[in-house]
Design a protein around this ligand. Structure first.
Ligand code: 0PR
Length: 374
């Protein structure tokens, strides 16, 4: 830091220079985040200085968080579920497994996750000193329940299912996992970080949420398909005792106990979560999800018309394409400003988020056709 500051305008122009190097979402087909909804931006700014870590000072922000959680609980099949707005899927997953560990008899045990689980579970293994056992997937890239059951032993504290896998958007058979969890007296966490704001709005979908008996907790991220600002995650528990198992005494604060992982935590992204849900309602979200699904189908059909196959049937707005000379094709697409990603199996991965539009998808398909020499 310099001894003397520089003028306000100069600081702003420096910030603008940094910002100008960032990409806009316009041609990004690789991200699970999106442009926040306009009302999310306004809500975020309104609550910038609030700290939900000391809720007695910000009772309005706290009440707003409680309402946001209750709307999410309703959406995810159990209106009496409890939880809080986290910083994202990683914190929600950490806290769910930490609660399982705290409430379980097995202090140093293991958890069983699908091979498709997000890398946050590897962090969890390290943080909580738990063994993370990875169960094989079946040919539809959903976890094989028999494989999960085969990995259970007397040190297992919980199972994890994914509702919307990061790479393929697949929904695990949550009912089968729940049955296994109940039979073995284990907790079951559902990671719906991505799918939580997609699956409820699909025309039909398998049961995946807290309405399934045996599901103990669920992750859902407003800062992904919830169109909120970053950082907004959601964590819900069916049984309040799991949330309580996370609480720490905070003697000198306005609330005497705290169950969040972070101490100081902004109410800004919570406000944006609340605002988007209130403003859009179920119908508004459904229209957005319908549009993303229809764009996904369009890419799939048009790509098929020039000989590009979809290796895995999409369950939602995450699409994979089987493309020869993938790295060269990606290079050509990048020259036109497109960002796509690649799965571990070597397929092109596209996430069709709300910032995309039909005309942009048409441009993408045109460039894809060109890049693949079709
Ligand atoms: N669970 C699932 C199923 C996820 O897909 C993700 C993130 C998480 C948990 C962790 O969420 P947080 O990143 O909010 O902690 N999935 C994306 C991914 O790793 C996150 C992402 C988003 C990465 C935008 C890049 C990006 O540009 O791909």
């Amino acid at each position: 830091m310099m001894e003397d500051g520089i003028p306000f305008e100069e600081v702003l122009s420096e910030l603008e220079a940094f910002k100008s190097r960032d990409l806009s979402y316009k041609r990004i087909l690789s991200s699970m985040c999106t442009d926040p909804h306009p009302i999310a931006r306004i809500a975020h700014k309104l609550f910038l200085e609030t700290n939900l870590g000391d809720p007695g000072l910000f009772p309005g922000a706290k009440a707003m968080e409680d309402e946001a959680i209750s709307m999410i609980a309703d959406l995810l099949g159990d209106s009496s579920a409890t939880g809080y707005i986290t910083t994202g899927g990683t914190e929600s997953n950490i806290q769910a497994i930490r609660a399982f560990r705290n409430a379980s008899k097995n202090e140093r045990g293991n958890i069983i996750v699908p091979h498709s689980a997000h890398f946050s579970f590897d962090k969890i293994g390290d943080l909580l000193s738990l063994e993370v056992r990875k169960a094989r997937l079946d040919s539809s890239l959903r976890v094989d329940p028999a494989e999960v059951e085969g990995l259970i032993d007397d040190k297992t504290i919980g199972l994890v299912g994914i509702a919307g896998t990061t790479e393929y958007g697949k929904i695990d058979r949550i009912e089968d996992l729940a049955r296994i969890a109940l039979e073995h007296d284990l907790f079951l966490h559902v990671d719906a970080a991505f799918g939580g704001f997609v699956i409820p709005f699909l025309d039909s979908h398998p049961p995946f949420d807290l309405s399934v008996e045996g599901v103990s907790s669920i992750t859902i991220d407003p800062h992904k398909m919830g169109m909120s600002t970053i950082p907004a995650g959601g964590l819900l528990f069916k049984d309040e005792r799991l949330l309580d198992s996370l609480s720490t005494p905070t003697p000198y604060l306005t609330s005497k106990r705290q169950f969040s992982l972070t101490g100081t935590r902004s109410g800004a992204a919570t406000a944006s979560t609340y605002a988007v849900m209130k403003y859009l309602g179920f119908g508004g979200f459904k229209r957005i999800v319908d549009r993303c699904i229809s764009m996904t189908r369009n890419i799939m059909n048009v790509a098929a018309s020039f000989g590009i196959k979809t290796p895995v049937a999409p369950d939602m707005n995450v699409l994979t394409l089987e493309i020869e000379n993938l790295q060269e094709v990606i290079k050509a697409l990048e020259q036109s400003g497109w960002k796509v990603s690649v799965t571990r199996e070597g397929f092109m991965r596209l996430v069709i988020m709300p910032h995309l539009t039909e005309p942009i998808i048409d441009e993408f398909l045109y460039d894809l056709k060109d890049a693949t020499g079709n």
